[in-house]
Design a binder for this molecule. Structure first.
Ligand code: PLP
Length: 433
């Protein structure tokens, strides 16, 4: 795709407006609530990778649950338009479609880190020499903490069993080939490969089928953390052959702070009675659940991994949000995302290239919405720019040691948003002279 973003800032703005006019998804923006500046105007929101914006349909979805509770109380489990007993069923199809899974492979429960623990109970089963977890050096800290504690839970030592691959010296990105090389040499020591779909700090998208194939070839289990993938990039979980995946729904999926998480368990494990699993009454077959019998009768499919009565109030925003995704269509969202992020990257390179480096890979298939920026003059200048942006009504975010993340989200960001960001950054560098 060749992008002509013009040479002057005026050209850039004109080009952005032309693109916004031609954008078939542009109308979705007005359905979202943007945080406001002091003068009442919308902030420039670029942090949908951290907390997605609230859609206007969320209010009604939450109000419906509140009303059912108010007027039906306990009978809300069985009565009303959307009885709570089956509420989770309404969340299955939309997530299955976004993540390339069969509906029976999806559960909506708990939150990401908790689901990671539950999945590791089943899929991290160290035995003899095969005791290691292979992950990345710069993994999201919660994932690392979870893995470390699971290793200890097995009476093992993280300094032997936690292997973290780092980018090769002088690089910021890890190549898939590094995982393959490690597994070719040490594969018989690895019990689990745990990898992100999208690296949270750099925005790099990984080739999940390739990683799953290497892991499976080495005889290890494979788990994917899709916190930054779900609702951002297309994923084909079932076909990738991974054993499990986990995600949160408050980032690109716009389901609100601390919203309920998701987990994928590959179909081939559904009737494997040999797998250890933590169980609770909501993982019991619905038909026999309320007989309250002492023996656990597992539900079919991934549902056997559910433990508790689900948080319906936390599920309602996800239900509303999945409808928005379904109306827009993930292929269309991805198409716009590639154009929007590609266009912004080109504009940054053209207008700010002497000051800023984009760490995120340039090839569209190796990135999603997010662009991770580094100020070439170093961390201090980077912090100053970040703080200036915040004071100027922009919502970007900062990740140590020196990364400013901006994520133009195709559901609610526009090309004009991108231009305004570039203009602000340019003004700041001009003032520095
Ligand atoms: C956002 C994120 C989390 C957050 O975990 P919670 O349990 O939802 O708090 C975990 N891992 C990764 C990779 C993330 O990006």
């Amino acid at each position: 795709m060749s992008i002509n973003v013009g040479t002057t800032m005026a050209d850039l703005l004109a080009d952005a407006r032309t693109r916004d006019k031609a954008d078939p998804l542009a109308h979705f923006r007005s359905g979202f609530h943007f945080p406001k500046q002091v003068d009442g105007s919308d902030k420039l929101y670029f942090t949908g990778n951290s907390l997605g914006l609230q859609h206007e349909s969320v209010d009604a979805a939450v109000a419906e649950v509140m009303e059912s509770w108010r007027v039906r109380a306990v009978e809300g489990h069985f009565r009303g338009d959307r009885p709570w007993m089956n509420y989770h069923e309404l969340l299955r199809g939309g997530q299955a479609e976004l993540l390339g899974a069969k509906p029976s492979e999806i559960i909506t429960a708990n939150t990401l880190s908790v689901n990671l623990h539950l999945a590791m109970v089943s899929f991290y089963r160290p035995s003899g020499k095969r005791c290691r977890v292979l992950m990345e050096r710069n993994a999201f800290p919660s994932d690392r903490y979870a893995v470390e504690s699971q290793i200890r839970l097995h009476g093992l030592d993280p300094s032997d069993c936690l292997v973290e691959l780092a980018p090769v010296a002088g690089q910021r990105l890890i190549e898939e080939s590094q995982i393959e090389e490690y597994l070719a040499e040490q594969g018989d020591t690895v019990a689990l490969v745990l990898w992100p779909g999208v690296q949270y700090a750099t925005g790099q998208v990984f080739d999940l089928p390739r990683i799953a194939a290497a892991s499976q070839g080495a005889g290890a289990c494979t788990g994917f953390d899709l916190a930054h993938s779900a609702g951002n990039v297309p994923v084909a979980l079932h076909d990738s052959g991974c054993d499990f995946a986990i995600w949160c729904t408050y980032k690109y999926l716009n389901a609100g702070p601390g919203s309920v998480g998701g987990m994928f368990i590959h179909e081939r494990h559904h009737s494997n009675t040999g797998l250890p699993r933590l169980q609770g009454w909501y993982g019991n077959n619905l038909a026999s659940r309320f007989r309250m019998a002492p023996d656990f009768d597992p539900a079919k499919g991934a549902d056997a991994w559910v433990i508790s009565n689900p948080p319906i109030l936390a599920m309602a925003p996800l239900l509303a949000s999945l409808k928005v995704f379904s109306a827009a269509g993930m292929p269309q969202l991805r198409k716009k995302s590639i154009q929007l992020s590609g266009w912004l990257a080109t504009a940054i390179e053209q207008h700010l290239g002497q000051h800023l480096e984009i760490i995120t890979p340039g090839q569209p298939e190796r990135r999603g919405c997010q662009l991770s920026l580094r100020v070439k003059a170093g961390r201090e200048k980077g912090r100053e720019l970040f703080e200036y942006l915040e004071q100027s009504g922009v919502v970007p975010d900062w990740r140590e040691p020196d990364v400013i993340r901006v994520a133009p989200v195709p559901l609610y960001n526009s090309f004009e948003d991108g231009t305004r960001l570039v203009q602000l950054i340019r003004d700041w560098f001009d003032q520095q002279k």
